[in-house]
Design a protein around this ligand. Structure first.
Ligand SMILES: [Zn+2]
Ligand SMILES: [Zn+2]
Length: 534
């Protein structure tokens, strides 16, 4: 984890790491990349002995702007109101729409081992009066703010525009109001029917105090005010916000020129794409943070986000593919390397650091024990859970060659649950594997060479001992070579005989999951040496 450790080595003193989010609706899995990166940075800072606080803000005074998420009768009334004031559409007891959606996101964080030292809700922070000094400065320096927008972002606000928005006293909307005057204590605002296209203001206008939660800062100012208010030193943000003239540039300039404070260190990170689409805007099925967390256990989910460097795009397409089994395989490979075992293929720069950062535990002895644990390949677990007679812990102990430890067993159970949910959700059709109870019709397509191979394999299996996947796999290769059958043809013959199709999981482990007498009988039947009992 060179990037997190390098970042931690480049700073000194007290660190405050911050992120915040508008609770505007269901969150897609890609939105978890930022929080996971944040958590890794915090761990790296603490590992260096730096006193570090992790803050997470909920920007719940932001206006409701997602029409699709409201019931039809609520659209006219709720669009443009602060999310903290919109009723919970789900009707499951949350105080507001914002509390409902933020609650789901926070629950996902907790499941991933991300535990901010404090969550802050902007509706509370404004109501407490803590933002008042920043509102006053922004209003006093409104001309300078307009100039920054012009210079940094090429955005031309009208000369009368001021960088705060009042919560309309009549209709309760904040997205529809514009402040046009400031007398040093009160602002004059208008709630315009046509200020934005997505919400309709009521037409009210008047003088009001902007303090104590009656108004909010514009987004770029609010962000910069959070940095000053909480003493933020590091705030990574997504590439979309980090573009030239984008949100981050504007807030950086506002921090320096309006609030006279150096902005926090940025650490831009790329997106996670699902099937080539940017996840944060995709409405793709089965790709919300909580849906993914239901299938992919926390350590593999953390690993998904931190295995690539933050500045590289992650392509992840779990729907109908083996992307999730491959994620587990790569995780297992890194675990093996972290435990000091030899593995094939290219490894990340420091597998033991990567494994530790993917772990839920921050206790080095727990992490070391987990790295060294025995893990059954995910695809194999997915296969075994579909075989009614399989005793999974026994099969895992046989593969390991010794009894399972408590940690082995815990990992196995977690993997079993994940495999079952994967089969119910994202798994491709060919991952669903059923041993055919009687000789499949597909054996009719076997040629003479394949029949001879199956016959030779039956003879070998009749006398052999044991029944481990690796042993079976070796036997298959040996018998195939001896009978001059290309391995691909040999495997196809086995799949036809047992599954009634031409492809399947690793054949050695497939046969190892079955009773040896059943395997021998089926091989005999399929080779045509014994008449099918039917
Ligand atoms: Zn709710
Ligand atoms: Zn209004």
């Amino acid at each position: 984890m060179d990037w997190a450790d390098e970042l931690a080595a480049s700073v000194s003193g007290l660190q405050v790491v911050n992120d915040s989010k508008t609770p505007s609706g269901t969150v897609h899995v890609g939105s978890l990349r930022g929080p996971v990166i944040l958590d890794v940075i915090v761990r790296a800072l603490r590992a260096r002995g730096l006193d570090t606080t992790l803050l997470y803000g909920v920007d719940d005074l932001d206006p409701m702007d997602a029409q699709a998420l409201l019931t039809p009768d609520a659209i006219e009334r709720e669009m443009g109101r602060p999310l903290a004031h919109v009723p919970d559409q789900a009707g499951d007891g949350h105080a507001s729409y914002a509390r409902h959606h933020a609650g789901a996101f926070i629950a996902t964080f907790t499941g991933l081992g991300i535990e901010p030292d404090r969550y802050y809700w902007m509706s509370d922070v404004y109501a407490s009066g803590d933002v008042d000094p920043y509102i006053r400065i922004a209003l006093d320096r409104a001309a300078r703010v307009r100039e920054i927008y012009r210079r940094v972002a090429n955005v031309q606000h009208p000369d009368e525009w001021h960088p705060v928005q009042v919560v309309c006293e009549v209709c309760g909307k904040v997205g529809t109001t514009i402040v046009t005057r400031w007398d040093g204590e009160r602002v004059y605002y208008e709630c315009r029917p046509d200020l934005v296209t997505w919400a309709t203001g009521c037409g009210h206008s008047g003088w009001v105090t902007p303090f104590g939660g009656r108004a909010k800062l514009g987004w770029n100012l609010e962000w910069a005010a959070q940095w000053s208010l909480f003493g933020v030193t590091i705030e990574p943000c997504g590439k979309d916000l980090s573009t030239a003239g984008g949100s981050r540039d504007r807030s950086d300039a506002i921090a320096r020129e309006i609030y006279e404070r150096e902005p926090p260190l940025n650490f831009p990170y790329e997106f996670l794409n699902i099937g080539g689409r940017k996840m944060s805007t995709s409405k793709g099925r089965g790709a919300t943070a909580h849906q993914m967390a239901d299938v992919v256990p926390p350590e593999q989910l953390r690993f998904l986000f931190i295995r690539p460097r933050p500045n590289s795009v992650i392509e992840f397409d779990p729907e109908g593919t083996n992307a999730i089994p491959r994620l587990f395989d790569e995780f297992d490979r890194v675990a093996e390397a972290a435990a000091g075992r030899e593995v094939k293929g290219t490894l990340p720069p420091s597998p033991e650091r990567l494994f530790a950062y993917a772990s839920l535990s921050t206790d080095p002895s727990v992490v070391a024990e987990r790295a060294a644990a025995a893990r059954l390949a995910f695809a194999h677990v997915a296969f075994l859970v579909q075989q009614p007679a399989t005793d999974l812990p026994s099969a895992a102990a046989a593969e390991k060659g010794s009894p399972l430890s408590a940690v082995d067993l815990e990992i196995l159970h977690e993997r079993e649950g994940a495999a079952r949910r994967w089969l119910e959700t994202y798994a491709p059709e060919d991952a669903r594997i059923r041993i055919q109870p009687s000789l499949p019709e597909a054996v009719g397509e076997l040629d003479d060479q394949q029949r001879a191979f199956l016959h030779a394999l039956a003879d070998d299996a009749r006398t052999a001992e044991g029944g481990l996947g690796a042993g079976w796999q070796e036997t298959i290769f040996r018998v195939a070579t001896a009978s001059g059958t290309p391995p691909g043809r040999a495997f196809e013959a086995i799949y036809r005989a047992f599954l009634g199709r031409t492809s399947g999981p690793r054949a050695g482990w497939l046969l190892a999951s079955l009773d040896r007498p059943f395997v021998v009988a089926r091989l005999d039947e399929a080779s045509g040496m014994v008449a099918a009992q039917a």
